[in-house]
Design a protein around this ligand. Structure first.
Ligand SMILES: [Mn+2]
Length: 248
């Protein structure tokens, strides 16, 4: 029997000028083009682009093959869902209107083949982390976006790409460690299940660049996706189980 397949991927960081950005995009495009015929949907869970900013009439250079591959998926009837990450916050209408992806906001709760999923990039969910949320609030301010859009792209995108790379690499070199049950994202997920009647079966997030899977004490299972800078990691759900796979 040919089951429907659902894919989850995040943190490809396309365009990040580190290691081999060209082969990173080539692998991602190979993955997208290679999705089997019984693929029903793919969920892009944030930070697919290392930096994205679009103007009313202008989009950034690059990502050509990726945008083409996503458009082909849409054209062959695959549902492509897109979440913003903390690196690609500023998408407006282009990806929806031109490429045909559907934009979703985290935390997004949905039923797939009889199981309940909670999906998102995973940054800033849960209590605390107020410095991060403050900065995020500034980034999402409509007024500041209009101001930023009035800067010539030569400066605006130059700054954005620098900021994004700087951010990524400082995070990468820090002594960050996954704290398991003490992570805000885990506490957030546990609370969601404690407070709702309809229990969530699967929580899937990106952002942490730390592929992990844990059973939650509040019920359900939590998956964190890996990244595509060093690995090419994704999850696939066939209506029964979720498997982690790597593109070779
Ligand atoms: Mn992220």
């Amino acid at each position: 029997m040919n089951r429907k397949l659902y894919y989850f991927v995040s943190d490809v960081h396309l365009g990040l000028d580190y290691k081999d950005p060209v082969s990173r995009e080539a692998k991602f495009v190979r993955f997208l083009n290679g999705l089997p015929n019984n693929t029903q949907a793919i969920y892009l869970l944030g930070d697919i682009f290392d930096f994205w900013y679009e103007y009313k009439h202008v989009i950034p250079k690059g990502y050509t093959r990726t945008l083409g591959a996503l458009a082909s998926l849409v054209d062959r009837g695959v549902q492509v869902y897109f979440f913003n990450g903390n690196h690609d916050i500023w998408t407006y209408s282009y990806l929806q209107n031109e490429v045909g992806v559907k934009q979703l906001q985290q935390p997004y709760i949905t039923e797939i083949e009889g199981k309940t999923f909670c999906l998102g990039h995973g940054d800033g969910l849960g209590n605390g982390d107020y410095g991060y949320k403050f900065l995020n609030g500034i980034f999402k301010s409509r007024f500041l976006q209009v101001l930023f859009s009035s800067i010539h792209p030569r400066w605006a995108l130059g700054f954005g790409k620098w900021w994004s790379k700087h951010n990524r690499l400082t995070h990468q070199n820090s002594t960050w460690q996954w704290r398991g049950e003490d992570e805000r994202i885990v506490q957030f997920s546990n609370q969601l299940n404690e407070n709702s009647i309809n229990k969530i079966d699967y929580f899937i997030y990106g952002h942490f660049h730390y592929p992990t899977h844990m059973k939650l004490k509040g019920g359900g299972e939590l998956f964190i996706l890996g990244e595509w800078i060093n690995n090419c990691d994704y999850l696939v759900y066939d209506g029964q189980t979720i498997k982690r796979e790597n593109l070779l």
